[in-house]
Design a protein around this ligand. Structure first.
Ligand code: DSN
Length: 415
């Protein structure tokens, strides 16, 4: 880092400040995590210089002999990890992975059926503000009054809509997803079944959530959320025909040269996920989220669906005077970083919202266990109980900083 410090002190300073922020605050955004120093080393490596349009051993540029080895290793590790036959490791993000899936299997104006954004779905699952909702005719299912997917209702909608593709998977859904049930429905209406497992991939590979295979035709994920790898996307399938279509959709369909440095980092991340200790991490992620949810319920908060089966807790403030934005800001002032989130039956704008989403993956990666999550959940409830008490927020911020200091994840030398 000393090179950067001398060459570009302004950027270096921002990086130092970000390290302090990530160290001193409690990171509880459900989609964020702390990746491994080895992953960061690969991401910042010499491979950033290399163009490698195409796929291993089928490149449009010379000098790809080592890029080929890197990408093939990433593919092999991804297939081993998710126990599938084909993987495309080139998507630059989860959104681009999803765009690749659609481009591979759909034509413009084909009908897709995904989970409503305000019920926990994702923008790329057909929201009208995303290209998925502009390019395809999108229809939605949601959760019932208990905050849980009602598969009979999904079936009913699927039979009316007759979509070409059903999308399962979510960004803010705290319960296990029944891929087998979705498969039954997809078969009844002759639809492709696509699972976006971006949020739960790290749990799936540890058998802490059911796998989308063999039920789904195609599966996408990000590599940085519960998987703790580098920022990026991944598409998997067991069908050779679909795999070929996906490869053409990603390159030359929507992307240019693959980011080989990031693909190298994905391979390093997958190797971590394949280690036996990964399962312990995934177990703790779930256990910690449960502690959080139990305490918030005890303190009288409306935890959507009455609990959690995964890494996240969704809290609804519908009927209360403060919004998700108010809570997000008050918790931020208290050293706890979460995100405001829309909730089922939302009546505020997506910028304000009536809820918050809280996740356990990042603090679990720092080594925090039930004891720490109990303390933190209590403090979150204290802040919500006293949403305007700036003095209390500052006091809690100092307490949380002290707690965080016992769980340092990156030392200065690593960073
Ligand atoms: N931004 C991600 C999340 O927070 O869930 C999804 O793209």
């Amino acid at each position: 880092m000393s090179i950067l410090k001398n060459i570009d002190p302004e950027i270096y300073e921002f990086m130092e400040s970000e390290l302090v922020r990530q160290t001193d605050h409690l990171e509880m955004i459900a989609s964020e995590n702390f990746t491994y120093p080895a992953v960061m080393e690969a991401m910042g490596s010499i491979f950033t210089n290399k163009y490698a349009e195409g796929y291993p051993n089928k490149r449009y540029y010379g000098g790809c002999e080592f890029a080929d080895k890197v990408e093939q290793l990433a593919i092999d590790r991804a297939c081993k990890l998710f126990q599938c036959k084909f993987a495309n490791v080139q998507p630059n993000s989860g959104s681009q992975a999803n765009q690749g899936v659609y481009q591979a299997l759909l034509k413009p104006f084909d009908k897709i059926l995904g989970m409503d954004l305000s019920h926990g779905g994702h923008l790329t699952h057909g929201s009208k503000v995303s290209s998925s909702g502009k390019t395809y005719s999108s229809f939605f299912y949601g959760v019932d009054e208990n905050g849980i997917i009602n598969y009979n209702k999904v079936r009913e909608i699927a039979h009316i809509v007759k979509p070409k593709m059903i999308i399962c998977g979510a960004s803010a859904y705290p319960r296990e997803i029944d891929f087998a049930k979705f498969r039954e429905i997809a078969d009844e209406v002759g639809a492709f079944l696509f699972a976006d497992i971006a949020h739960i991939a790290g749990l799936i590979v540890a058998n802490e959530h059911v796998s989308p295979f063999p039920h789904c035709d195609i599966v996408s994920t990000t590599t940085h959320k519960t998987l703790r790898g580098p920022r990026g996307g991944l598409i998997m399938t067991n069908s050779e025909e679909i795999a070929k279509k996906v490869n053409s959709a990603i390159f030359p369909g929507i992307q240019g040269g693959p980011l080989i440095h990031v693909i190298a980092a994905k391979a390093v991340g997958f190797a971590e996920n394949l280690k036996p200790q990964w399962n312990e991490y995934a177990k703790n992620v779930k256990a910690n989220a449960k502690v959080l949810s139990n305490i918030l319920i005890k303190r009288g908060y409306n935890v959507v669906s009455g609990g959690t089966d995964n890494h996240l807790v969704l809290v609804s403030f519908l009927g209360l005077e403060f919004s998700g934005k108010d809570a997000d800001e008050a918790l931020g002032d208290s050293g706890i970083t979460i995100n405001r989130n829309t909730v089922p039956n939302e009546n505020r704008s997506p910028f304000v919202t009536s809820g918050i989403r809280i996740g356990s993956p990042a603090l679990t990666a720092r080594g925090m266990k039930a004891k720490e999550f109990e303390i933190i959940a209590g403090k979150i409830a204290d802040v919500l109980d006293n949403i305007n008490d700036k003095k209390l927020h500052l006091k809690i911020k100092n307490e949380m900083k002290k707690l965080a200091s016992n769980f340092v994840i990156y030392d200065k030398a690593t960073y």
